[in-house]
Design a protein around this ligand. Structure first.
Ligand code: KG4
Ligand code: ZN
Length: 437
């Protein structure tokens, strides 16, 4: 905890902590009281120069999340309520249900975050909240709640672009200078961008239909993976990854889409269709109705995961070559950052590592818990924006959420015109399929 780490550098406080450490592990509220008490001792003895403290709030989809982060990147506290289990039962996100769950949990999550952080609302430098893109009903809950907070406590407000936050999360963990290449792969998005500054992006390519996480969720649903004892509570993508480890991808042929389109766009709906066709064929062969588990789910999961990885790898490889060829990135800025829920997939990470090894790029990925939606990335984006003096509002008049919002300047057509041929990495990728991850 921040205050504990902060105070532990102070000798008299170290003594207090040493004494308190032999006592019984306190409950949250006791912990909170103790940190308040320690802080008052500290304030009386040492001159304190406050750092920036931002409360981040995320409700763009199906996670209600909050965090307090300071300007050194320290996470003081965070809390998250996932709606995943509810949506798994209903076979997908029903927006009014997501809205209701956000409403029921947002206050608790914010209070918990502040309590764990040992920070009061008065001490915050600003509140940062996701306002775009996302589900309208979900975004609305976070925005309404945040506007009430900033109005009551007279705090600046920082509206956050969810994808910008995913893209910049890495800078909280690693010292990555701009520019760098970013691949964002999640349930709602699939984009390749060059991050040139905190709010300065070049869009190289994006999915022309659905996102990879959406596709994996659809295939997982069609395979009824919530009925599988090993992955009944996992998101679709996670369930596919889990089962794929036990399967043989070579039993089914699923080809990577768009191989003849020499651009950096993606497409996953054809892959979804082909996977569904295989599932229907197998159901016929095994005499099963839809809704029952096939005997070959692991092999189908492995084939689907491999095709998704191959497609992502080919487009990302072209983006790397384009950035080098056009001089957007040089060998000193040769970094690929991957983030978003699907980036927590180890198989896809390993496949991308093969590409970055072949192109002398550095591959960086936040830990899985910071790849999926979370409050930390929103709070950190708030810190980045405060430091850059970008988009910190002292009046929230006219502020709206935006369900649809692109990221950066779209140069995807120029990327397609250069039509770079990507060398085959087939051999290395075939080896990947035989590695037990
Ligand atoms: O970034 P995220 O938490 O939410 C947004 O979509 O913004 O991503 C959620 C997506 C879901 O589609 C989920 O199935 C997928 O990420 N996902 C995974 C894995 N964990 C979550 N996909 C593949 N492998 C995983 N391990
Ligand atoms: Zn996300």
């Amino acid at each position: 905890m921040f205050w504990v780490q902060f105070f532990s550098r102070h000798a008299s406080v170290q003594k207090i902590l040493a004494i308190s450490s032999v006592t019984r592990r306190p409950s949250k509220s006791v912990k909170h009281c103790r940190s308040v008490c320690l802080r008052s001792i500290f304030f009386n003895s040492v001159k304190y120069y406050p750092t920036k403290l931002v409360l981040g709030i995320e409700t763009s989809c199906d996670d209600t999340a909050a965090a307090v982060v300071d300007d050194t990147g320290k996470i003081l506290g965070e809390a998250l309520h996932s709606q995943n289990e509810v949506h798994l039962k209903t076979g997908g996100i029903i927006p009014p249900v997501a809205q209701q769950l956000h409403r029921e949990n947002i206050e608790r999550i914010v209070k918990e975050t502040l309590c764990v952080s040992g920070i009061s609302l008065d001490e915050l430098s600003a509140v940062a909240t996701t306002v775009k893109p996302g589900l309208a009903l979900s975004l609305g809950v976070g925005l309404e709640y945040s506007l009430k907070l900033v109005d009551k406590y007279k705090k600046p407000f920082i509206p956050i672009h969810h994808m910008e936050a995913h893209a910049l999360t890495i800078r909280l963990i690693n010292q990555v200078e701009f520019p760098f290449l970013v691949l964002l792969i999640s349930g709602g998005h699939c984009i390749l961008v060059v991050a040139q500054g905190v709010s300065d992006f070049l869009l190289l390519g994006q999915s022309v239909d659905i996102a990879p996480g959406d596709m994996l969720d659809k295939v997982a649903r069609r395979l009824s993976l919530t009925k599988h004892p090993e992955c009944c509570k996992m998101s679709g993508g996670k369930a596919i990854e889990h089962l794929a480890q036990q399967g043989n991808r070579l039993h089914y042929e699923l080809r990577a889409p768009m191989r003849h389109h020499r651009n950096c766009n993606f497409s996953f709906s054809g892959l979804c269709f082909n996977a569904t066709r295989i599932i229907m064929q197998k159901e016929k062969e095994e005499g099963l109705q839809e809704g029952h588990l096939l005997s070959c789910v692991t092999d189908i999961a492995a084939a689907v995961q491999h095709a998704v990885a191959l497609h992502i790898v080919q487009r990302t490889h072209r983006a790397i070559l384009f950035c080098i060829k056009s001089g957007i990135l040089s060998q000193t800025n040769a970094t690929l950052v991957i983030s978003g829920g699907v980036a927590s997939n180890q198989y896809i990470r390993r496949a991308l590592q093969i590409v970055t090894d072949a192109t002398n790029f550095n591959l960086l990925c936040p830990p899985p818990r910071l790849c999926t939606d979370n409050g930390v990335m929103i709070a950190w984006n708030g810190i980045e924006r405060m430091r850059a003096g970008l988009g910190v509002l002292h009046s929230t008049d006219g502020i709206r959420y935006e369900p649809k919002a692109s990221l950066g300047i779209d140069i995807s057509e120029q990327v397609g015109e250069v039509a770079i041929k990507v060398p085959s990495l087939e051999v290395s990728l075939n080896e990947l399929a035989t590695i037990n991850l």
